[in-house]
Design a protein around this ligand. Structure first.
Ligand code: SAM
Length: 275
């Protein structure tokens, strides 16, 4: 039974990191005319109002996107160009924060296609509404990890797989590496972006190293710590991303942009890059 609703967390520091890297990678894939395929294994509702509904309860976005929209240093950083282009000039006045499927919907071109998976019924209904009629997009109320096998390699031969689970079930820490290992075997040329939380518990502490062992090609691991490590297993103190086959320009973009992002969010960052 899934209880997680991403709306409670929309626009927080984790979203800023994952969505800016996602936007950067999709925009890079879009530089060649050849079509590419986007696969979002854990899509959520697609988009969120920040001042109404769940997002207005804990207002996590105040410590995330709200800290950087007015920060000219951050806005000028190369990592955030595509992300801010998706948020649009009216943001934050328009109050609408796009999740990963809507970021992709803005950045994909006419020749590209996308598969978005969401298991939670209510969020899936919202996802369908938020995507609207778009022949490029295939929203599915199915298990995104299980569906990877049938979709990889994509017909286009180029693609980005975005894996953004909530880690509400401990089994995620086993199932994600298994699905990834299979995905990479079938489609080693793909760009894979995997988000993970920083938590003070064994499986979470070991997880970045587990991910980085799965693939021996170009890869990077980036973490953004936004609060001190808590003494107990409860409480996320930041988050990170593993990226396989990252665009080569991402390294410089991260090195230039993470100091500004960490300063704006009051945190610290780490990047390991393996060519
Ligand atoms: N990627 C979204 C974004 O950036 O806007 C947020 C996704 S949220 C962190 C994770 C979502 O995955 C939840 O909405 C949850 O219901 C859904 N979920 C959990 N397990 C899933 C699975 N096996 N397949 C598809 N969706 C799943």
């Amino acid at each position: 039974m899934l209880s997680y609703r991403h709306a409670f967390h929309a626009g927080n520091a984790g979203d800023v990191l994952k969505h800016s890297v996602l936007g950067f990678c999709l925009s890079y894939l879009g530089k060649k005319d050849k079509p590419y395929t986007y696969i979002d294994t854990h899509a959520g509702a697609g988009g969120y109002s920040l001042n109404r509904g769940f997002a207005a309860k804990n207002r996590e976005w105040e410590a995330g996107i709200a800290r950087i929209t007015a920060d000219e240093t951050v806005r000028a950083c190369p990592l955030f160009g595509p992300y801010f282009s998706v948020l649009g000039r009216d943001f934050p006045d328009n109050d609408w924060y796009p999740g990963s499927p809507l970021i992709a919907q803005t950045l994909l071109r006419g020749q590209d296609e996308a598969f978005c998976f969401e298991l939670h019924r209510a969020d899936f209904t919202l996802l369908q509404e938020n995507l609207g009629k778009d022949r490029r997009f295939h929203p599915r109320n199915e298990d995104g990890l299980g569906a990877l096998k049938g979709l990889l390699p994509p017909r286009s031969g180029r693609g980005c797989v975005f894996i953004d689970p909530s880690y509400e079930m401990k089994t995620d820490y086993e199932q994600i590496p298994q699905a990834l290992a299979m995905g990479i075997r079938r489609f080693p040329a793909g760009v894979y972006i995997i988000w993970f939380p920083l938590l003070n518990r064994r499986e979470a502490r070991e997880f970045p190293a587990v991910l980085m062992e799965l693939y021996q090609g170009n890869r990077c691991c980036v973490t953004l710590q936004t609060s001190p490590v808590p003494p107990s297993e409860r409480g996320m103190y930041g988050s990170g991303l593993a990226v396989f086959n990252p665009p080569w320009v991402l390294k410089e973009a991260l090195e230039e942009s993470l100091p500004a992002l960490a300063a704006a969010l009051g945190g610290s960052w780490r990047l390991s890059w393996t060519d």
